[in-house]
Write a protein that binds this ligand. Structure first.
Ligand code: GTP
Ligand code: ZN
Length: 206
């Protein structure tokens, strides 16, 4: 519980603020509903264009988030710790840029520090800042790795992302149960096979 008596992480479960939706955005959603075969003026759909528009602001809130900013505060007093730091199994949601359909997955993000570390939650914040945009999984993986590489200047970065794409499971080829795996290895994790094996083993992908 926080000081105000709310459950920890309460700001994540507050109702979405009712930001004003521009008329043309709501009209576009109403057009889509009509095109899908329904009547946007019927009672159950009356507020849907505004709701959908606000939902999309939330799904795409990463455009208002500067990923590099999350890595600006680092800690140097880590008792000489110079082994792998791994944040494993981070759940995330994104949307594919081809169909704007959900991408749901997990990321494993590791780095080998040189002389400082970052607060561990910041690795997840970097992931979400890029995931909450229209994406392809390859670019998401590369952007997360590149951001950590540039922001922390570590000896190595390894990012592995496993995800399921609703554009493949719920439509199109309709193949449920398939997962896409992408990875980006930088520094020692790219150049040294032993380090790469070690980080992949820690990720459970040895
Ligand atoms: N490489 C990659 N492809 C993706 C990702 N998300 C979606 N796709 C693919 O993007 C492709 C878009 O292909 P198009 O032929 O233009 O679109 P489409 O006719 O809807 O294709 P189908 O999904 O095969 O029905 C599809 O093959 C999707 O599976 C991603 O993150 N990475
Ligand atoms: Zn897609």
């Amino acid at each position: 519980m926080t000081d105000s008596g709310e459950p920890a992480g309460g700001d994540l479960i507050r109702p979405t603020p009712k930001i004003p939706v521009p008329d043309d955005v709501a009209a576009a959603v109403a057009t889509l509903i009509r095109w899908a075969g329904d009547d946007p003026s019927r009672e159950g759909l009356r507020d849907t264009p505004q709701r959908v528009a606000r939902a999309w602001r939330e799904y795409c809130s990463g455009y208002q988030d500067d990923p590099a900013h999350h890595l600006s505060r680092v800690f140097e007093e880590v008792g000489g710790y110079d082994e792998i730091v791994l944040l494993k199994d981070i759940p995330f949601q994104s949307h594919c840029e081809h169909h704007m359909a959900p991408i749901i997955g997990r990321a494993h993000i590791a780095y080998l520090p040189k002389d400082h570390v970052v607060g561990i939650s910041k690795l997840a914040r970097v992931l979400h800042a890029y995931a909450r945009r229209l994406q392809v999984q390859e670019r998401l993986t590369a952007e997360v790795a590149d951001c950590i590489w540039a922001g922390l200047r570590p000896r190595g970065v390894a990012v592995v992302i496993e995800a399921s794409h609703a554009c493949m499971t719920a439509r199109g080829v309709r193949t449920p149960g398939v997962g896409m795996v992408t990875s980006r290895m930088m520094g020692v994790f790219r150049d040294d096979e032993r380090s790469r094996k070690e980080v992949l083993a820690l990720m459970g992908r040895g």
